[in-house]
Design a protein around this ligand. Sequence first.
Ligand SMILES: [Zn+2]
Length: 527
Amino acid sequence: MSPQDWAGALAETDNFAARHPRELPRKSIPAGHGVFYRGLLMAAISDEAKMKLRAVLAFAWILAFAASLLRAQSEDQIRHLAHDIFQQLIETNTTESSGNTTAAAEAMARLFRDAGFSESDVRVLIPDQDPGKGNLVVRMHGSGARRPILLIGHLDVVEARREDWSTDPFRFIETDGYFYGRGTQDMKDGDAIWVATLIRFMRERYHPDRDLILALTADEETGKLDGVDWLLRNHRDLIDAEFVLNADSGGVVTDKGKPVNVSVEASEKIYVDYQLEVKNPGGHSSLPTRDNAIYHLADGLARLERYQFPFELNEVTRAYFRQMAATQSAETAQDMLAILQSPPDQPAISRLDDVPKYHATMRTTCVATRLDAGHANNALPQTARAVVNCRILPGHTREEIRRKLVEIFADPQIAVRYIDPVGQILDAAPSEPPPPKVTLRPDVMVPLTKVSSEMWPGAPVIPTMATGASDGILTEAAGMPTYGISGVAIDFDDVRYHGRDERVRVQSFYDGLEFYYRFLKLLTSEQ
Ligand SMILES: [Zn+2]
């Protein structure tokens, strides 16, 4: 199935379910028929045979009941396990300032070893330069019929101060149907679900048809150098995979618990900062000259304000607008479909440009974020600097956009330099090939759509391109297609990651647990 077919078929089913909630086929037998047939059967046989048959039926019923009881019990045990892992992770402080991901990685490693994973398949890997930023890599062996799947999740969390919160952010608290604590949304929920699911597979002696590799990592929220990036540079062999699932992005969007859509992040924009600088000899402010560092910079920034990067869609963003159209008002839906035409409809593009999210999905964006100039109230400025932050559409490089900025500013006095991830300022961005084109792989999208429609019927699966950035950008750039999929539902107006009183619905967490159990099984067995 081509991705277009996939999206088309998907849109059809979703729309159908939404439009005709009562018309979905049901497997039901009219009431009373079972009794009628049993009556016929009983009338046709002898009393002794009836006794035997009743005993057999009763026994079969007891067996079925016992099996369902066992299943419920084991599901209950898995929930307990996932709950305890979640608690342990939340209560292990993994912030940059006072925390440590090594402790969390080691705690999870112990759980895997206790569950029967061998020493050599459970590795805690610690960068020499930063012993507190340990990473965990676990391999569950499959038959090897297909190449492995890598699951990535970060263990570190954003700072949280006790005085800003209603509860202690590093205590796992369950109240009013929610779990509270730093990392309940971002993203210890996903970490706990994966650890519990792999341990569940082990307990059930499930044998996948490909290896599953789990990497729980450091440094996603801060430098990004000691986590996934470090693993790719130092232990690529341990995490090499056909594709990657990242539970840090995508997700189930709900409105007061009711599913609205299931987003899968299939592409990310590239994050980059540039420094603008104008130098000038300066002088006394009572004798201004025409040549002024602040005016040069301000004029350049004004030209950037008026500039718009070209409209550009890719496979993922086309699917995004096509699927989103099904959930919008008539006018917006019409605009979304009109920009998919060739040529795209210009008035529709400019109407959608008014919505920051759509604007950022259709174009590379660059915006001034910092400004710093002059050294005294009565002196002509000798230096004027600004920072421009860009989010680049896939397919373009950081150096290409730096040169474009030089062109937009159209002022040789404005030096445009690249700021690297650790804050060093370089005259040019490193040369690099643009990241590979992202596709919506049917071997990921079809199982996802199936499980999603079982768990959140009627909520369309919507591919998205992240306008922010997660670790997925690193695995993507390393040539492993990466899909951001989280089975944990969050209300659209209850997004609290990085904020105070972070929380997740108890039911959402357990649904996510069930979702990933089913989804990973489909991805690792003959379809
Ligand atoms: Zn995160």
